[in-house]
Design a protein around this ligand. Structure first.
Ligand code: PEP
Ligand code: MG
Length: 596
C-alpha cells in the first residue's frame, strides 16, 4: 500500500535538487516509491529454561524459511538479469551458512536466556560493527548483506512484514537508503524505472544491478529518503547524478528535450549496427566491448561491437561457490570465443586486488591495496593457479579468435616471467596433444606510468597494448579511483596523463604493434577525438556505449582529431584542454554533447 503526501507542500527547507553520483546513464521521470528500512520491532525479554529448546527450533525454522526466500529471489533474479548477477545473492546464503554466526546465536540463547529475535539482532549488530570498521570497500559492502539477512530472519521469527518492492502498484522510481539485490529482484519485471540510494559507490550492488538492467541510477544521494516521500514526482538524471524533486514545468521541458534527443539518437544508432567505426576521412577504429561475464554476449552482439577488447576474468570468482578450475575456465572462454568468432576476444588474466577482493579468501588486507600484491603480481605469486588460467585460455584459443592480455605490468622482468609460464603451458599442452593457437596474440595493459615510460622496450615483447586509463589516471595523479572526496582531481585531460598515452601509442606504432584503450576514457565522447587524434587503433567500452562511440567516430575526421590532439598537448591547462574537446564535439555532434 502506497502512502502519498499529496496534500503536503514542498517547503522551502526541503531541497529541490539533490546531487549524488550517476552510475547508470539516462533520464527518467516518475513517481517515487520509498523504501525506508524501518527495523523490525524487537522487544528484549527473559525466557525460562523450559523455553530454550523452543526458541532454538524457531530459529532453525526461520533459517530454513529465510534460505527458501533467498533462493526464490535468486531464481527470480536469474531470469531477469542472468545467473552471474543473481549470484550476488550467494553472499546472503553464505551469511546463513556461517556456522560461527548460527552457533553464537544458539549459545547466547542458552547462556543469557533471552528471546531469540533479540539475540539474532545483537549478534548480527556485532558482525556489522566489526565489518564497518574495516578499511575495505568490498568488506564494508558485505555489511548490507548481513543486515538484509538478519532483517529477514527476524521478520520470519516475528511474522512482521516489511515494505518491499512487490507492493509497488505501478512503474516507479525506487528511492532507498541502500538496496540489497534481493530487493531489486523482488520487483515485478519492468516496474523499476530508476534507482536512487543514499549509500553505494560505482562498485556497489545497486550500481551493478542498475547496469545489468540498463536503468538510470544514482548513488550517494545523502538523506534522499528524508526528503522524498512515496508518491512524490521525481526526475532522475543518471548521467549527471541529479535527482529533482517535483520538477517544474521548465525543468520537465529541459529534461524532456534531453530524453527526446536521447531517443532520437538511440533510434539513429540502430542503423549503425553493421557500419564500421570509421572517421569521415577513412580512418577505421576497432570498436570492441568490455565484458565481465558470459551473459553479456547477446548484448555485445546486438550493439554491434567488434568482439571483446577486455574480458575481466576476475569477476568469474567474485561471488561465492564459483568454479574456477581449469576445466570450468576452459568451458567459459571457449563458449565466448565460439559465439563471437571470427571477432577477437581479448581475455585478461585475473586482476584481483585493489577494490576487487574475493569473499572469504582468508587473506590479510593490505594497507594500500591498489599499490599492493594486486593483479599480475598475485598471479605470479601463485604460478600453479596462474598456469591453470593460461592453459584454459590456450585451450579456448582453438575455438575462436582468442587473445591473451596481462594486467598491471610494471616491468620487463614481470612480463618475461609471465611469458615464461605461458611457454611452459604451451609445452604441456603440446605434450598432451591438445590443440591451441600457437601464435596466440599476447598483449599487456598499460596502466602504470612506469610502464608507459618504458613502452618502447615492452612493445618488443608483445603483440599489442591496451591502455587501462582507469588505473593509469589514478596512478599518474595519485587519485584513488574509488574515493569520492578526491574525484574532482581525477582528470583524463591532465597533461601528464595525455603525455603518457601519447608515448605509449608512439612506442606501439614504432614497433609495429597496435594500441587500444579499454578504460572509461575511451567511453567518453569528449575524449574519443583526442585518442583518435593521438593514433589509437582500438577502443573497448561497455556494450551499451558502443553505438554512442561509433556515432562520434563516424562524425569525426582524422584531420580534426589530430588538430585537437595537437592543440590539447599545447594547452596551458587541463581546463583549456577540456574546452577544446567540448568545442569540437559541439561542432561535429552537438546532440551527443547535450547528453554528457
Ligand atoms: C583500467 O584500469 O582502465 C581497466 C580497464 O582495468 P580495470 O578497470 O579492470 O582496472
Ligand atoms: Mg585496471
Amino acid at each position: 500500500m502506497e502512502k502519498s503526501r499529496d496534500s503536503q507542500e514542498t517547503t522551502a527547507s526541503v531541497p529541490h535538487r539533490l546531487q549524488g553520483t550517476g552510475v547508470c546513464p539516462g533520464v527518467i521521470m516518475g513517481t517515487a516509491f520509498v523504501i525506508k528500512h524501518d527495523e523490525p520491532q524487537i522487544v528484549e525479554r527473559d525466557i525460562g529454561s523450559d523455553e530454550i529448546d523452543h526458541q532454538i527450533s524457531m530459529f532453525e525454522e526461520a533459517l530454513i524459511e529465510t534460505r527458501r526466500q533467498i533462493r526464490d529471489v535468486q531464481a527470480n533474479l536469474g531470469k531477469q538479469v542472468g545467473v552471474r548477477d543473481a549470484r550476488l545473492l550467494d553472499a546472503h546464503l553464505m551469511v546463513l551458512d556461517d556456522r560461527a554466526f548460527v552457533e553464537e546465536v544458539i549459545t547466547r540463547v542458552r547462556t543469557e536466556k533471552r528471546n531469540i529475535e533479540w539475540v539474532v539482532s545483537e549478534v548480527s549488530e556485532q558482525y556489522v560493527k566489526a565489518l564497518s570498521a574495516v578499511q575495505d570497500d568490498y568488506l564494508r559492502e558485505r555489511v548490507a548483506d548481513i543486515k538484509d539477512v538478519a532483517r529477514r530472519i527476524i521478520r520470519n521469527l516475528t511474522g512482521e512484514k516489511s515494505v518491499s518492492l512487490d507492493e509497488m502498484t505501478g512503474k516507479r522510481i525506487v528511492i532507498a537508503h541502500d538496496l540489497a539485490p534481493s530487493e531489486t529482484a523482488s520487483a515485478p519485471k519492468g516496474m523499476v524505472l530508476g534507482f536512487a540510494t543514499e549509500l553505494g559507490s560505482p562498485t556497489s550492488h545497486t550500481a551493478l544491478m542498475a547496469r545489468a538492467l540498463e536503468i538510470p541510477a544514482i548513488v550517494g544521494l545523502h538523506n534522499v529518503t528524508g526528503v522524498v516521500m512515496t508518491g512524490d514526482e521525481v526526475l532522475i538524471d543518471g548521467n549527471r547524478g541529479i535527482l529533482v524533486l517535483k520538477p517544474t514545468e521548465q525543468e520537465l521541458e529541459e529534461y524532456g528535450r534531453v530524453a527526446a534527443t536521447r531517443r532520437h539518437i538511440v533510434e539513429g544508432f540502430s542503423n549503425l549496427k553493421d557500419q564500421p567505426a570509421e572517421t569521415t576521412d577513412g580512418k577505421r577504429i576497432v570498436l570492441s566491448a568490455n565484458a565481465e561475464n558470459i551473459d553479456e554476449i547477446d548484448s555485445i552482439i546486438s550493439y554491434g561491437a567488434n568482439g571483446i577488447g577486455l574480458f575481466r576474468t576476475e569477476y568469474l570468482c567474485m561471488s561465492g561457490n564459483c568454479d574456477v578450475s581449469e576445466a570450468a575456465q576452459t568451458r567459459i572462454y571457449s563458449e565466448v570465443a565460439r559465439r563471437l568468432a571470427p571477432a577477437p576476444v581479448i581475455i585478461r588474466t585475473m586482476d584481483i586486488g585493489g577494490d576487487k577482493y574475493l569473499e572469504n579468501d582468508g587473506a590479510e588486507r593490505e594497507p594500500n591495496p591498489f599499490l599492493g600484491c594486486r593483479s599480475i603480481r598475485l598471479s605470479l605469486r601463485y604460478p600453479d593457479i596462474f598456469k591453470e588460467q593460461l592453459r584454459a585460455i590456450l585451450r579456448a584459443s582453438a575455438e575462436g579468435n582468442v587473445r591473451l592480455m596481462y594486467p598491471m605490468i610494471s616491468s620487463e622482468a614481470e612480463l618475461d616471467q609471465a611469458n615464461a609460464l605461458l611457454e611452459e603451458c604451451k609445452n604441456e599442452l603440446r605434450q598432451q596433444q591438445v590443440k591451441f593457437d600457437a601464435d596466440i596474440q599476447t598483449g599487456i595493459m598499460i596502466e602504470i606510468p612506469g610502464a608507459a615510460l618504458i613502452a618502447g622496450r615492452l612493445a618488443k615483447k608483445v603483440s599489442f597494448f591496451s591502455i587501462g586509463t582507469n588505473d593509469l589516471i589514478q596512478y599518474t595523479l595519485a587519485v584513488d579511483r574509488v574515493n569520492d572526496s578526491v574525484a574532482y582531481l581525477y582528470d583524463p585531460t591532465h597533461p601528464g596523463v595525455l603525455e603518457l598515452i601519447r608515448l605509449t601509442i608512439k612506442a606501439a606504432h614504432d614497433n609495429k604493434i597496435w594500441c587500444g584503450v579499454c578504460g572509461e576514457m575511451g567511453a567518453n565522447p569528449l575524449m574519443v577525438p583526442i585518442l583518435i587524434g593521438m593514433g589509437i587503433d582500438e577502443l573497448s567500452v561497455a556494450p551499451s556505449v558502443v553505438p554512442l562511440i561509433k556515432d562520434v567516430v563516424r562524425k569525426l575526421s582524422l584531420k580534426d582529431a589530430e588538430a585537437l590532439a595537437h592543440a590539447v598537448a599545447c594547452a596551458e591547462s587541463s581546463a583549456e584542454a577540456g574546452k577544446l574537446c567540448r568545442k569540437l564535439l559541439k561542432r561535429i555532434a552537438p546532440e551527443v554533447l547535450e547528453l554528457i
